[in-house]
Design a protein around this ligand. Structure first.
Ligand SMILES: Cc1cc2nc3c(=O)[nH]c(=O)nc-3n(C[C@H](O)[C@H](O)[C@H](O)COP(=O)(O)OP(=O)(O)OC[C@H]3O[C@@H](n4cnc5c(N)ncnc54)[C@H](O)[C@@H]3O)c2cc1C
Length: 386
């Protein structure tokens, strides 16, 4: 499409900041920037008709972190890195609730659970000791609420509830009141509305093909005929980061999900994790949303394709029937199946950097972007001029 002279000076005219990617990170950064300086000319470029990464396609957990996941993170990247990422999640979840009311984003704080089986990857015998250890180090690091001068526990052993919840072959259960659930697309839409009202422009169907940093800023080439000049560029393309930034340690990781038809007398409410977070499920009203099993086929799930695969979907269905629903339960109809693209790397920490003069990135959300995006955005903004 050839552009007109009017379009050249408006939609595609020079900007102060261009953000690539209209997911949580791009939107939260636009939100922070425009609130700091309402005069900034900010444009978000998004290749999809709607955001086409993970932000509207996840499971809608406002996830805080489960016991086995955090203990694994300690081994993977040390205590201080683990504490830093949990603090980002905790502060991020607080920020979401401060900016948006629960009704707008369908936020419910039903709490989060982790399910364990005997003989699984996690040794259940360690559970009480790990809970005590995490409660001791997390509460002061996060500044969680206190009662009568003592921190409220972050995790408790709730194994006594297993029968009531109807799970099969589950031998232990840990609970945290800090986890919640929300409607991710409603949060994206609320952020869009918030920034657009303040003058941020969002161009959908606009894919950035390349960019070049120069003395005065950055020139951006897109799939449209127009190129755009900006003083600063921020790349928030998470799982797709390697396409524009091949030097970064970010690999795509597909997350597959399904949701069932309503299940009469669904026995639980909340968010649930199993197998170090590789399986996750929650209620959506009285429907079951289940996702994960990426560890069944790591190689083929390192993809940005938004298809679903038979292997993973069948594995999830078997998990639903053999673990989640009570023995003998009728198999519910699966109403929707979908997938989204996450960005992972060797360690579970975001990359927030100035890569070249006036070119910044905030990528590699490591499957935690719902929670950490508001804080990632604040850190990105600290690096930028505004
Ligand atoms: C199934 C699933 C379950 C998840 N569960 C959780 C969870 O429980 N808790 C949690 O915190 N997080 C979870 N996540 C992860 C979370 O959704 C992501 O971390 C978060 O959405 C990442 O946001 P983002 O803005 O960094 O990336 P994205 O939402 O992926 O946004 C990047 C955007 O960039 C666009 N883009 C890419 N390349 C270009 C280009 N060249 N030009 C223009 N636009 C481009 C893409 O279309 C995309 O819209 C889950 C993700 C999935 C898929």
């Amino acid at each position: 499409m050839a552009i007109s002279v009017w379009e050249q000076s408006t939609y595609f005219g020079p900007k102060d900041v261009v953000i690539i990617g209209c997911g949580f990170v791009g939107l939260w950064t636009a939100y922070e920037l425009i609130n700091k300086n309402p005069k900034l000319q900010i444009t978000i470029l998004e290749r999809g008709v709607i955001p086409a990464g993970a932000s509207t396609r996840n499971a809608g957990f406002s996830c805080f972190g489960s016991v086995s996941e955090l203990m694994y993170d300690v081994q993977l990247m040390g205590v201080s890195n683990m504490l830093e990422t949990v603090k980002m999640r905790y502060d991020g979840l607080q920020r979401i609730q401060k900016v948006f009311d629960n009704k707008t984003i369908e936020y419910d704080q039903f709490g989060g659970y982790e399910l364990f089986e005997e003989g699984g990857a996690y040794d259940i015998k360690k559970l009480d000791a790990d809970i005590a250890y995490l409660n001791k180090i997390l509460a002061p690091a996060l500044g969680t609420p206190k009662k009568n001068g003592k921190y409220l526990p972050i995790y408790t052993n709730e194994s006594k509830q297993i029968q009531k919840l109807g799970f099969q072959k589950i031998n232990a259960l840990a609970y945290s009141p800090f986890e919640g659930q929300l409607n991710s697309a409603k949060l994206v839409l609320a952020l869009q509305k918030e920034v657009q009202t303040k003058g941020v422009q969002i161009l959908f169907n606009t894919e950035v093909k390349k960019f070049k940093s120069h003395k005065k800023g950055v020139t951006i080439k897109t799939n449209l005929e127009a190129s755009i000049e900006t003083k600063q560029l921020l790349i928030c393309t998470n799982g797709f980061a390697k396409k524009l930034l091949p030097e970064l340690d970010v690999v795509p990781a597909r997350g597959q999900v399904f949701i069932t038809a309503p299940i009469p007398n669904l026995k639980f409410k909340g968010t649930f994790h199993f197998d170090e977070g590789f399986y996750y499920f929650r209620n959506v009203g009285n429907r079951l949303l289940l996702g994960g099993a990426r560890n069944k086929d790591f190689k083929n799930e390192k993809t940005t394709s938004l298809e679903t695969s038979k292997l993973i979907q069948k594995t999830l269905e078997a998990f639903m029937m053999k673990r989640i629903l009570p023995k003998g339960a009728k198999k519910p109809k699966i109403e929707l199946r979908w997938s989204g693209t996450m960005g992972m790397g060797k360690i579970k920490k975001p990359i927030i950097q100035e890569l070249q003069p006036n070119v910044f990135c905030a990528v590699r959300m490591s499957g935690m972007g719902v929670a950490i995006a508001p804080i990632v955005a604040q850190k990105a903004v600290q690096l930028m001029k505004h």
